[in-house]
Design a protein around this ligand. Structure first.
Ligand code: NAD
Length: 447
């Protein structure tokens, strides 16, 4: 098939590369000239395991092309995939400007019957708006062309995006015509060979499915964090409780790890957008409001744990931080817990020494340059460098090299043997035996 993907971010690039890998001819379009220049030179602008190789192979094979010019990319495509951003607006709703701009561009350039696939995460009813915008542009050109708008939300996880795209749990397809159903079956059948993963439904059903899935995951996380905070006060180890409830097949083990709050480019904004939809449709959501409030509070926990040891004044203190990305496997720091913690520490007068295996460049973009100039935040070359002269170590992101560290080295390098484990990676008893003052999320200290 000839496919045009519009928006070459995490979702668009992975989508374009994976469809090209299956033998399709793909044009990836983006308004970001720098990004397209980088991709044309064979490099990729994000860290995503396995992606660079697929992009390179398919670019060299002539199946994957990058351009800033949508008009040239639109000459003969069977499908147009919208994969632009839907950032959070000031009131929490999804900002649809990028999606509607693309719809306008498509309407201005469409010359043959095509299926327009919306892969961006968008509120219920957006497909209707996209259809109206395209129809308006076609009418202005005195063109009467048939076209379909399909909702095909994306469920990939950053850090495992290629694997998720290639082997999805399900492919949600909101369609309204037999023609669109046929085209979508052709497009996706190769990802559905092991068993049927294509789930056809109404367009609005598909739009809500994406938000409901994300909100359910957020709910599991906030619920578990609430249990963890309760467990801490009761002298209960939440890790035993986690395993105890996870073994119930109705609950399951995934997404019930207590921690320092969820972040990333999707979950926080999508939960808020769904809350806004609830307000708009006259059904203010109660659970989601609590989920969001719990998450905000959870992001404060690491700083609170430090103040329990050092008081509120941090001048003269240095805190080591392992992990800046919002989760392992990605360089994405959007809404990461590390941002909340570091901003709180700097405001309280502390110096921060931080290390992350891949998010160091991102970190430079997320903090004011004064943090680095004034020496408030130092990005260290190695995980152990971060510990030099630090009063405590805080584990924020559970990258693999942090999971079984050299505790003797940690103890030697830290001024005080204090470890705040924001992802419950370490054994409290073992650390206590080794002389550490350990605090996890919802765990008893090990003393
Ligand atoms: P992103 O910000 O990484 O990429 C969006 C891209 O669209 C940018 O490169 C931007 O320059 C480009 N763009 C903006 N306007 C454009 C236009 N008019 N024409 C062409 N390109 C344009 O975003 P993302 O993380 O890839 O997310 C895209 C959508 O997918 C969002 O709705 C998001 O919620 C959803 N989503 C994201 C993930 C994820 O893990 N990142 C997972 C599932 C769904």
């Amino acid at each position: 098939m000839n496919i045009t993907v519009i928006g070459t971010g995490y979702v668009g690039l992975v989508t374009g590369a994976c469809f090209a890998e299956m033998g399709n001819i793909v044009a990836c379009v983006d308004v970001d000239v720098e990004k397209i220049g980088l991709l044309e030179s064979g490099r990729i602008p994000i860290y995503e395991p396995g992606l660079e190789q697929i992009v390179q192979n398919n670019r060299l094979a002539g199946r994957l092309n990058f351009t800033t010019d949508l008009t040239s990319a639109m000459t003969s495509s069977d499908v147009y995939i919208i994969a632009v951003g839907t950032p959070q607006d000031d009131d929490g709703s999804a900002d649809l400007q990028q999606v509607l701009d693309v719809a306008k561009d498509i309407g201005r350039n469409l010359n043959q019957r095509a299926v327009v696939i919306n892969k961006s995460t968008v509120p219920v009813g957006t497909a209707d708006s996209v259809r109206a915008v395209i129809a308006e542009q076609l009418a202005a050109r005195n063109l009467s062309l048939e076209f379909d708008v399909v909702s095909n939300p994306e469920f990939l996880k950053e850090g495992a995006a290629v694997e998720d795209f290639m082997r999805p749990d399900r492919i949600i397809l909101g369609v309204e015509s037999d023609y669109a159903k046929e085209v979508m079956s052709d497009l996706y059948h190769t990802f559905s060979r092991n068993h049927d993963k294509l789930m056809f439904m109404g367009v609005r059903d598909a739009e809500l499915t994406k938000y409901a899935a994300t909100a359910m995951l957020a709910t599991k996380i906030s619920f578990m964090n609430e249990m963890a905070n309760l467990a801490e006060r009761m002298g209960v180890d939440i890790e035993n409780v986690r395993k105890g409830i996870g073994s119930d097949s109705r609950i399951g083990y995934s997404y019930i790890y207590p921690g320092s709050g969820y972040g990333g480019s999707c979950v926080p904004k999508d939960v808020k957008a769904l809350m806004r939809m609830g307000d708009e449709f006259g059904y203010p959501t109660q659970i989601l409001k609590s989920v969001e409030a719990c998450n905000q509070a959870q992001k404060q926990r690491l700083f609170e744990k430090l103040t329990e040891r050092f008081g509120a004044e941090f001048s003269g203190r240095t805190i080591a931080i392992w992990g800046l990305a919002f989760k392992p496997g990605t360089d994405d720091m959007r809404e990461a817990s590390s941002l909340v913690l570091i901003n709180q520490l700097v405001a309280a007068g502390a110096k921060v020494r931080a290390y992350d295996p891949v998010a160091m460049d991102e970190a430079k973009r997320h903090f004011p340059s004064s943090y680095f100039k004034d020496g408030c935040v130092t990005l260290c070359e190695h995980q152990y460098d971060a510990l030099t002269d630090a009063d405590a170590l805080v584990l924020v992101t559970e990258w693999k090299p942090f999971r079984q560290p050299d505790f003797n080295a940690i103890k030697k390098l830290l001024k005080h043997p204090i470890i705040i484990d924001g992802r419950n990676q370490y054994d409290p008893k073992s650390l206590c035996r080794q002389g550490f003052d350990y605090s996890g999320i919802g765990r008893i200290s090990g003393k």
